[in-house]
Design a protein around this ligand. Sequence first.
Ligand code: PLP
Length: 484
Amino acid sequence: MATTANVCHFDRRGSRAHELESCSKEDKALSLPVTTSQKRPGQAPDNGHREQWRYAEGDINLSPERAQWQSEHVNDETQSVLDRDASVFMHQSLSTPCLTSLAECEGAYLVDEQGRRYLDFHGNSAHQVGHRNPRVLEAIKQQLETLPFCPRRFTNRPVIRLAEKLAELAPGRLNKVLFAPGGTSAIGMAMKLARFATGRHKTISMWDSFHGASLDAISIGGENLFRDGLGPLLPGCFHVPWPQEAGDADAIEQILTDEGDIGAIIAEPMRCTTVDRPPTPYWERVRQLCDQHGALLIFDEIPLALGRTGRMFCCEHLSVIPDILVIGKGLGGGILPMAAMLARDDLDVAEDYALGHYTHEKSPLGAAAALATINVIESEGLLQRATDLGRRAVSRLQAFQRNHHLVADVRGIGLALALELSYSGEPATGEAQKVLYTCLTQGLSFKVSNGNVLTLTPPLTITESELAHALGIVERAIVGVSTG
Ligand SMILES: Cc1ncc(COP(=O)(O)O)c(C=O)c1O
């Protein structure tokens, strides 16, 4: 049995056996989104490795494209708001300094202080029922009038109703629930529960994945942007490359066998930011390996659950049920912070310990928002809607792809859509930035993931014409960048 802390058995390409130090350095090189010798218009600035991998997660807040956009679109009054923001908030990647300042949101739209409207195809994956959904707002207002907060030691009916509803919706025996005020905290609870339940601390997770930005979550996460420069992370966190085919489960099997004491495998069933879904046989094999080796399977569905993929939970597309399911983001209706861990009932084994212990553990306000959100999804048929609109969007984008070589791949399931841009076989990182800022100018906001993937996650309430309008903006921006 290996005794080395933090051994990395598989690098991002799947090569075996490196210790953390060497692994981490090599991975930086392997994760670069651009490895080009050839300069082209729109390419990311070549300021060395660090500059390049910063592009790996999203549009960075100090890029020349951002500065250019702001010089053209931000007026003096908004600039003074941005300056106040930048002087009072800690600066951090992907956040402060900010792009511009928002004044309102409604349905599929964000409105900035200058009255510019953006279709929100990002929404941090929290806006399944649209911004300021009237039914969610009404439920929150009613709850505010009676019991907005519940201190520890007490319970309340809204949280019980929500826990019962989630247990009823979730597949299999996932009917023990714990709430948390955010996804990262819920991931931490799942990691702790796996340790209590198995008596083992080791985990296997995926390179390039994101499970939150706290120290425990980045230990299982796989993005340099979040892991670098922090010193030692949690021991025993093994990583494998993001799987492409069923055979990639061999990497998991090898670690399970070599170590003999892995407590949990943690992954998104589909990587939401890149809409990358390992084939079902991969997950079937991982499920079987977990059972064989006594490890728990934890699915992180924080951005996917509650309808994004056209099913309430993404794992319903697989014939695989995890032992622990973590959800969040849209659970609070895009208004309140709410997350949950749903676990198999026989994993209720930690009554003498604290798994979560969060001040807002039993928030009646959050529960009211979540119950209303689920009600909107069910009563307005949003799962079917996401499936139908998503199918049409994918076939439109695939037709576009056939004549536009910058688009290397189109992926989609429900209303999780992605276009991967590449140029001469390389990730088109700079082009993706340019497409983003062109789209923002035309009134569409979305996320750029992995440097070259345009991730489109509209509200499930989006109208057909809003969706068609947004796709037209993306297509025209790609044409402009390809020919410009
Ligand atoms: C897959 C995944 N896991 C965990 C998290 C962390 O959730 P939160 O930001 O609510 O803490 C996120 C957030 O983006 C996520 O996408």
